[in-house]
Design a protein around this ligand. Structure first.
Ligand SMILES: Cc1cc2nc3c(=O)[nH]c(=O)nc-3n(C[C@H](O)[C@H](O)[C@H](O)COP(=O)(O)O)c2cc1C
Length: 190
């Protein structure tokens, strides 16, 4: 089982990295598996702790993929690192095992502390659509153009029917990034 979270890590010198990451369940532990190269990977090697921020604020997911990484944070309680102000709950994690891999090393993490901050108020289809689109946008270089266009057209239905202002803004950022990518690809074509 994978939970889509915002993972925060630190570099030990005051620098913070914020990235959407799907953490993978392994018994009571959670595995962070960053593709190389990655800021999260570099930080986990320097400071073997992370915070899994559980949030329904999809602007953070879309923002991180479109150059908006500056979200309000405060210090974590038990590990070196920071917690997103906007999260509903968070888990503070310590790395207990590293499995090296050429493409995607795996950091098995133990939960050392958890906190709840706000109530979860139910599923929203537009939020799910933004998460799906964010994953597509993070893989633009790997996916065929017609598949991306087909999937975005389908996800647009949930946006039109169920989005609030935050979801619409997040969706707009992702579509702008997609348009930018497609313009660059078209220009590069012979
Ligand atoms: C919902 C979601 C889940 C993601 N999960 C992962 C992941 O497990 N591993 C990964 O390397 N990138 C993942 N990504 C992509 C990263 O967030 C993005 O590429 C990021 O920039 C990773 O590089 P960084 O650590 O240098 O920021 C995910 C993106 C989204 C939207």
């Amino acid at each position: 089982m994978i939970r889509e979270t915002i993972v925060t890590t630190t570099d030990g010198q005051g620098g913070v990295h914020i990235a959407p990451i799907g953490i993978i369940q392994e018994g009571d532990d959670w595995v962070i598996a960053p593709f190389k190269p990655s800021g999260t990977l570099d930080n986990l090697r320097r400071v073997p702790h992370a915070i899994a921020n559980y949030t329904d604020d999809v602007e953070i997911f879309a923002g991180c993929l479109t150059g908006r990484r500056d979200w309000p944070v405060r210090p974590a309680a038990k590990v070196p690192g920071v917690v997103l102000e906007q999260c509903l709950a968070h888990a503070e994690l310590s790395v207990v095992e590293v499995r090296e891999d050429e493409q995607r090393p795996r950091f098995r993490c133990r939960v050392v502390h958890e906190e709840n901050h706000r109530p979860f108020r139910g599923f929203n289809r537009a939020q799910a659509a933004v998460i799906e689109a964010a994953i597509l946008i993070s893989r633009l270089h790997m996916l065929p153009r017609d598949r991306i266009e087909r999937e975005i057209a389908y996800l647009q239905i949930a946006i039109d029917k169920t989005a609030g202002p935050k979801e619409r803004r997040a969706w707009g950022w992702l579509l702008a990034k997609l348009a930018e990518h497609q313009a660059a690809v078209t220009e590069a074509e012979p």
